[in-house]
Design a protein around this ligand. Sequence first.
Ligand SMILES: [Zn+2]
Length: 609
Amino acid sequence: MRTSNWIFTATLLVSLSASAQQAAQTQPQAAPDASQAAQPAQIAQTSVAQPDQSSQPATGQPAAAPAQQVPPPPPVAAAPVTMDQVVSLFIEREHGLIKMLSNRTPVVETYLQNLSADPVLGPVPSEDHYFLGRMDMGETVDRKDYLKEQEKSMQQRLMGGFTKLYKVQYQPLGFSWMVYADRTDFDRAHYEFHYVRREFLGDIRCLVFDVTPKKDSGKGRFLGRIWVEDQGFNIVRLNGTYAPAPHNSYFFHMDSWRLNLIPGYWVPSFIYSEEGDFSAGAKNKLAFKAQTRIWGYDLKKGSKDDELTNIRVDSVTDESPTAQDASPLQAERVWQQQAEDNVVERLTAAGLLAPEGDVDHILQTVVNNLQVTNNIDLPRPVRTRVLLTSPLETFSVGNTIVISRGLVDVLPDEASLAAVLSHELAHIVLGHNLGSKYAFNDRMLFSDDSTYQNLGFRHIPEEETAADKKAVEFLKNSPYAQKLDNVGLFLKALQARAPQLGALLTTHLGNPLAENGSVIRLSALETQGPALDNTKLDQIAALPLGGRVKINPWDDKAEMVKTAPVAITSARDKMPFEVTPFFPRLARYGVSGMPGAAPTTAASTNTGN
Ligand SMILES: [Zn+2]
């Protein structure tokens, strides 16, 4: 296991090379690079980590300890007087964070858009890529992928082809590299620290330091700037790159943010990466922007034993009156309920579904509006849940409608939300129940990273067509009937970008909204409303990603982002379906309600009005 770990760390980031294909093909060839690129000290250090960890009394259960059970670090004994003392404190705190997180396996998602220049809209996505996996923060930063093709040949995923000479390879691990500045050697022997100034990030007063690797301290060292909060002296933001780059490799620039999600610790949460220069005369070999989100820190580690004990079959209580036997129809409904509960529970345990929360109240209100105005009376209430991932998808299992965070983000208004939910409500009303086989509990026994291979809720084309037809009926009877022009605009915007956003439109559990670059969901509404016009600043057909739902990376709770609308001043501000930098408003744990901060993106709510 260790060997493969450091092979991953070796093939950092982009290998930009005429022979990248060869270099990445076989592991033995990659290994020699490892000794150069990844610091050999990493191996020595990691073997020390385990005993240290077990000596901590309160974290006996690996990764199972709820937030409250992580022991907070000892308080700062005396306020530092000199900047030199501050440096010692944040180095110590960084090592404390690495140790505290070493038994965690959070979910890591990277969504990347390659860019090309558009004369009106500026840099626009030309194609996209998606990575999802669990990251073992133990020995070294390793990751297990949820997506099948990645497991097969992560090393061989060649993407891009920006010029004839070069092949560009993105290593998914590379995007999460900057969770720490330097996992093994963050110390004075390897780095110079220069105090720059004080600066507020959100509510947090920070001390800003420039960090430069010392001469001859090895390849791939952190080079950039860090922000250190001035009470516990934890790093809250890192911005920069790694240097010097090994031969034939290239390091991304990254902006990495942490949130104060548990007492005493600031936990890596968002990383934005961007490369590319669209100024006149620039050579655009590589142009992309990517968002990496980390969540699920409090998930159980997926060991075989855990999987078996995780499964509960007793969540369905017999609610039939007295001692009557269940009729065949009642039995069928209880059976479906059991399958629904199993799936919801399993997806939550895998770190893919948010626990029930605030966002569901909004979703349920919209579903309820559709039900009431259409006189829909179901034997069991319809529930909703948020899928934590970015790709745009919805599906339903039993009476639970699931919608992805990414889809909620990009929908411009409530009518569009009602439209995508109405399709799933139609499946439920029409009795297109798919999930009943999951009432058998053996079907829930699989490792988290094989979730997508074991669960699926895709309907046959005939059911899709029937659900779309019924959904339009529901919408026309609903309070959203007068606003279907907005739905039409959203579908047009989706169509305009669909050919470039194959990864964002690739669903992993439900039916896709678009296939082969064409929108297929609710296509009857696509002709509704005005023509799509990028130059009309008051026409907001779709939003950027990340503007509506924020996820707490520790406990996976979802809630709506509260941001003030920002006026759109040019067509380039619209950025439909695009990724933007992160700029969370930092706050201390327990201050102002929610721990951490709103992961507001720079382009958050450009509602335009
Ligand atoms: Zn469907």
